[in-house]
Design a protein around this ligand. Sequence first.
Ligand code: ATP
Ligand code: MG
Length: 397
Amino acid sequence: MFDHILVRYGEINTKGQNRSQLEQMLMRNVQQAVRHWDSIRVRRISNRILVKLNGAPVDAVLEALVKVFGISSLSPVMVAPLDVDAIVAVANQLLDRMAVAPRTFKVEVRRGNKRFPMDSPTLTRHVGAALLASHPSLTVDVHQPEATVQIDVRDEGAFLYAEKIPGAAGLPVGMSGRVCALLSGGIDSPVAVWKAMKRGLKVDLVHFHSFPFTSERAQRKVEELTSTLASWSTDLNLHLVSLTQTQAAIQKSCPEQLRTIILRRMMFRICEAMARTKGWLALVTGDSLGQVASQTLEGIFAVDSVTSLSVLRPVGMEDKQDIIDAARHIGTFETSIQPYDDCCSLFAPKRPKTHPSLAEVVRGEDKLDVEQLIETALQSVETKKVAARTESPMQLT
Ligand code: ATP
Ligand code: MG
């Protein structure tokens, strides 16, 4: 019955050049999200994007579009020719096909097309009277109606709809540049990646493993997380990097209580070296202040001081419960809680130093051949392009 989906977008304050960039990026991302349906045509009309279904299933297309960042709301619409009788006929259909028949309604008209001969109040009254006549049990309630028949009179035709579905909000992915996110198998970093994407960042992922000490399943878990995140964006690049040698060297020659911080410094150095060829403008992590020993201000300072890239911590100030709620909404939670060892937990010191000074950490790295270890890690990089998964989460056990 619905032949189009009307896409509304834009944060209230995106203006000027940002606005046209937002429109271009969003148009591209919408096209990407519906690419599986050959019949669909997407085009821009003033301040909106119009998705013509040509027979594609409206519910499935909506499901894909509610995950596109930058969209503020969506409405399945029926398009009527610019003719009063035709508009009335479609308004009747719209009411008749509602899942729950409303008892009260109102009509709202917006007439962007000033060439349409009937003005908004007249059209509102005309359609309202026609609907009352054809639905004797209905009454008008202009304050709290159970159904609102919206009529948007545009150059392209009259768009009729009754439903406004909230979009994912945020900014279109790609609008804010490209960054590298450090993705572990935990709960926090996938949420951090999602939040970065929501702010318009194009995110490449780096995961460090210590195969054969970490299992292949642990790696599949990270691919699974990546795939869920890809359903909110497009295919994602996942770089798998071996830290096995680095960890062995740290274990051999660094003070035990500084291991985690030094390992994190190595991760950042490796990412920074990769950033030179990948065009990453910042690093994104799932650190949350105070959550574990390495996530104190001193720990964060000691880690950040090895890189000149900006470090973004989208969940840095959030409570764990809020992060968990977000992970459930995103769809990563069930995968994140699968029990597979991360390289960090395997080598974690029993009593990590929570407030180390930078000098102490630098001294602790004295015997580490940093350049050589970075080089070895870079040679181990394996890159996968991970697509959005379509079926329900795979069971890893
Ligand atoms: P998470 O839930 O994301 O694992 P966490 O609270 O368990 O976070 P840590 O394990 O201390 O915290 O890791 C802090 C951050 O460091 C992670 O959020 C992630 O960005 C990065 N990180 C940790 N381990 C890895 C890894 N194996 N590969 C890539 N990044 C990692
Ligand atoms: Mg973790």
